[in-house]
Design a protein around this ligand. Structure first.
Ligand code: CAO
Length: 413
């Protein structure tokens, strides 16, 4: 079966996390992704957070599946020639180096356009134009500057970063949407274009409900926040703990077992009130005017969830999940990474996949979360450093074995 992006060739100049998540997604969608890596060392993550000596780290393998790897130094004269040929033959170039790095290699956007006017040139940067545009940025810097950290955590605690990589993977996803849109526009315009996503902007886009609340705050307290009605609000949106952030109240309540993940998140939708009260053994509150409506419950959500917790403490999180869902009460157990890794349904859908690697052996990775009826994603292992150098130089660019040997001798590949 064909793939959505079959025939699209991507010159992948990405490293670390944000860029590689974007190009890995393009590869799952069927693009031929050629990852360019520095001769000798490659992407720095190959050697970071290693769990096994001398093999590519899981950090690298889980972000670079389905790609081909070529070693190439575009700063060397012969490397520049080869890089120019690659720009000619590719549709998309993606990079996430520090601002100016690709320009310093001698390939600013103007030059790329000259070489290939149909090229879509996509970049991740930490910040957009302005005071911080030249700064280097990692995941947690973006979470802090994009509004996530100030709104995550509990009111009496410090700002918190989240485990979801919203700065890196979140921005990689934004960039991928920009790239496929540019490919679509190119069909009619015939031209490539520049696509840039700043990590701060990407995080803020994911935090837009908090900018919503910032504006609501000027008109009164945020009544669904745990600070209402007994605490106080300042000038900025406070941290809301585990409050839902949507129109329906929710909270993580403890379950039987007492372990760090023996919790379930429960949401009280108006239609769920009656079944929930029946289940927890408080049927008298179903029609009690002190409790029966969302408005009556709002000032005492803490008491509401404390009552629910009294009952959830008597059951495991999976029992609670089964009992509440049978009555259409939305809830979700706090699943540990161990439980997720062992989850049979995630394996069955290909969201968690086991792949085999020549030096590491079998490892688990997260497959493509986007399921398409006509473009199935087959998740393949990550390439070894330079595994496809000869194949790309010879097969794609037509270099002779002698030319390849010369490039290698000069340190260009
Ligand atoms: N051959 C030779 N040199 C190469 C090369 C290759 N194939 N690939 C990269 N290089 C060089 C670059 O040219 C650059 O050199 P110069 O600075 O001399 O021009 C250098 O390697 C690496 O550049 P860098 O500054 O990007 O790397 P760093 O480790 O210092 O910074 C990071 C990493 C992520 C902070 C920075 O790249 C960045 O801010 N990127 C944009 C934001 C981003 O994507 N962040 C996500 C990080 S994941 O949490």
């Amino acid at each position: 079966m064909s793939k959505a992006l079959e025939g699209v060739r991507v010159l992948d100049m990405t490293h670390v996390q944000s860029g590689p998540t974007c190009t890995q997604l393009l590869a799952w969608l069927g693009a031929d992704v050629i990852k360019v890596e520095r001769p000798g060392t490659g992407d720095i993550t190959r050697g970071q957070l290693r769990d096994l000596p001398d093999v590519d780290s899981l950090y690298f393998t889980m972000l670079n599946g389905n790609k081909r790897s070529i070693t190439l130094n575009p700063k060397e004269p012969r490397g520049k020639e080869i890089f120019t040929r690659l720009i000619e033959t590719c549709d998309v170039m993606v990079e996430n180096f520090a601002p100016g790095a690709i320009d310093r290699m001698g390939f600013p956007w103007e030059r790329i356009q000259e070489i290939n006017p149909r090229m879509i040139y996509a970049s991740v940067k930490g910040f957009g134009p302005g005071a911080y545009e030249d700064c280097k940025v990692y995941e947690n810097v973006a979470q802090c500057t994009g509004g996530a950290a100030t709104t995550t955590g509990f009111d009496d605690g410090p700002p918190l970063v989240t485990g979801a990589q919203i700065g890196d993977t979140g921005t990689g996803l934004h960039l991928a949407i920009g790239i496929v849109s540019a490919l679509y526009q190119r069909v009619s315009s015939g031209r490539g274009q520049r696509v840039v996503c700043a990590m701060q902007d990407g995080v803020l886009n994911l935090c837009r409900v908090k900018l919503r609340d910032q504006q609501r705050l000027t008109h009164g307290p945020l009544t669904e926040y745990p600070q209402y009605p007994n605490g106080s609000f300042g000038e900025a949106v406070p941290r809301a703990g585990n409050a839902s952030g949507g129109g329906q109240p929710g909270w993580a309540v403890k379950c039987k077992g007492g372990g760090p993940n023996d919790y379930i998140y429960v949401i009280i939708q108006p239609p769920g009130w009656a079944p929930l009260m029946r289940i927890i053994g408080r049927p008298e509150l179903i029609d009690d005017p002190e409790w029966a409506t969302p408005a009556a419950r709002l000032p005492k959500l803490d008491q509401c969830f404390a009552m629910i917790e009294e009952w959830t403490l008597t059951r495991s999180k999976f029992e609670v999940m089964a009992i509440l869902n049978a009555e259409d009460v939305p809830c979700g157990p706090i699943l540990s990474m161990k439980e997720i890794a062992e989850d049979e349904s995630l394996r069955a859908t290909g969201t968690v996949v086991e792949v085999d690697h020549p030096t590491r052996g079998k490892y688990l990775t997260v497959g493509n979360p986007i399921k398409m009826s006509d473009s199935p994603a087959e998740v393949a292992r990550s390439p070894l450093l330079g595994e496809h150098t000869d194949e790309i130089l010879g097969g794609l660019l037509g270099l002779t074995p002698r030319e390849i040997a010369a490039a290698r001798e000069e340190g260009a590949v």
